[in-house]
Design a protein around this ligand. Structure first.
Ligand code: ARG
Length: 460
């Protein structure tokens, strides 16, 4: 007997069945579906809608179905359409007609909403753990290799010298905001729709708080129609994923650049590099490239989820079955990408002293700041240094041509002291302003971030 045979004379076309079923995706949440049924049955018994015997039978049957699905000893066929019908059908096989009582005061609409929220709660915990891990790996890296001088860029043009640690901290702080977003989205996911029924609630004396507590939810979704229609929490999670992936793709782009022969600032570990089928010398940063590429997919997932519910009248519509593919993909891809980049960062080597930062014009701002220290207005200082740069260029060189006398020709405040000031380490260490490049400031930020994310200092 099919689920809705009472209403129809004929069954669905085979093509319709194939088009309609969602078992492959749904099977990823069979544990959640059964947990939801166990909690619902326990609640029905608690309020007296099931006898103790009936409740016990349903529990026994549901655990048997769970075991079969786990062990692969029973696989639902496409005619069962989705995980909710499949479990109920199989429950009947184990316990007989009492299985028909389980669907009292619920519908597949609140079931599927509950399953996805439970699935998300687990995966958001994974994502949070991976983000904490990646930030921790970056902070370890700041401590082990952060005192490497590199050019800081704007427009990918050399700007000012910085410690590598300063650059890595910029990524780490940004990732900690992704972690915050994830934790905040998690709070909105953490509400239980079960017991909403199709959309209108139920005349039976159910206890939704009982179900929510049994499933570990923080609260119930108040309005039954909202409970089955809302997909904004999924969109929010996908947005968190898309933002995180955009961030990772930026970092990945830098790894690709930094591991090139031209930059040669980092060398990725063997475990995270790939070779070429034709060019024997190649050592490709595929891990980083793939993260960058996958970011595009996750942005697409977010777009799919936004468009899916756009313009849909309340309440449930079958369109919504299409939510799980992009949602699961966004979360899976993001968790995997964060984890891979933590692996990459944990296993690369940094070429210390890779850059000669004294020769070119990287200290131009420092020279201007020196003049400011001598009481010269910044705009004037900028102008003076601009002229010095131009003069060096005209002579076919850079700041390495500078002498105390030559400098003095440009401004009375310039001379030997200014020449001494043109040292990249000094320039970096002088920037002691909050958020600046001085190592003391970097150390302060590392401790701040470690306590913010709850990550112990593994380097002692
Ligand atoms: N498989 C459905 C989904 O994922 C479950 C809800 C079906 N509800 C319905 N009224 N057809 O959305």
């Amino acid at each position: 007997m099919g689920m809705w045979d009472g209403r129809f004379e004929g069954g669905p076309a085979e093509e319709m069945q194939r088009f309609s079923e969602s078992l492959e995706v749904d099977l990823r949440m069979f544990e959640q579906d059964i947990a939801g049924s166990l909690a619902h049955a326990a609640m029905l018994q608690h309020v007296g809608l099931l006898t103790e015997d009936e409740g016990g039978e349903l529990e026994r049957g549901l655990l048997a179905v769970a075991a079969e699905l786990r062990e692969g000893t029973w696989t639902p066929g496409p005619e069962l359409e989705d995980i909710h019908m499949a479990v109920e059908h199989r429950l009947g096989h184990h316990v007989g007609p009492v299985a028909g009582k389980l669907h009292t005061a619920r519908s597949r609409n609140d079931q599927v909403a509950t399953d996805v929220r439970l699935w998300l709660k687990g995966r958001l915990t994974d994502l949070e753990a991976q983000l904490v891990r990646l930030v921790g790996v970056l902070l370890d890296r700041v401590e082990s290799d952060g005192r490497t001088l590199i050019p800081g860029y704007t427009h990918l043009q050399r700007g000012q010298p910085i410690w590598l640690g300063h650059h890595l901290l910029a990524h780490a702080f940004a990732l900690s905001r992704d972690l915050d977003r994830c934790r905040e989205a998690h709070v909105r996911v953490d509400a239980c729709p079960l017991g909403a029924g199709a959309m209108a609630g139920t005349p039976h004396p159910i206890d939704r708080e009982h179900t929510a507590a049994a499933l570990g939810f923080g609260c119930v979704v108040e309005n039954a129609m909202d409970a089955v229609s809302a997909r904004d929490h999924m969109q929010e999670v996908a947005a968190v994923c898309a933002i995180t992936m955009t961030r990772l793709s930026r970092m990945a782009g830098e790894l690709v650049l930094w591991s090139s022969a031209e930059f040669a600032l980092v060398r990725l570990g063997d475990a995270w590099s790939t070779g070429s089928s034709i060019m024997p010398q190649k050592r490709n940063p595929d891990a980083a490239e793939l993260v960058r590429g996958k970011a595009a997919r996750v942005v697409g997932d977010l777009m799919a989820l936004l468009n899916l519910s756009k313009g849909l009248p309340l309440a449930y519509m079958r369109d919504l079955q299409e939510d799980k593919d992009p949602l699961f993909d966004a979360v899976d891809t993001t968790v995997a990408s964060v984890s891979v980049l933590a692996g990459v960062w944990g296993d690369l080597s940094v070429h210390a002293d890779r850059f000669d930062l004294t020769g070119d014009f990287l200290l131009a701002t420092e020279l201007a700041d020196f003049l400011v220290g001598e009481g010269v207005p910044f705009r004037e200082a900028h102008h003076v240094v601009g002229r010095i740069v131009r003069r060096c260029e005209e002579q076919g060189g850079n700041f390495s041509l500078l002498t105390a006398e030559g400098l003095a020709d440009h401004h009375p405040a310039l001379g030997e002291a200014a020449l001494q000031a043109l040292d990249p380490v000094q320039a970096v260490e002088r920037r002691t302003s909050r958020g600046g490049t001085a190592w003391a400031e970097i150390s302060r930020q590392v401790s701040l971030l470690r306590s913010a994310i709850g990550n112990a200092d593994t380097n002692g």
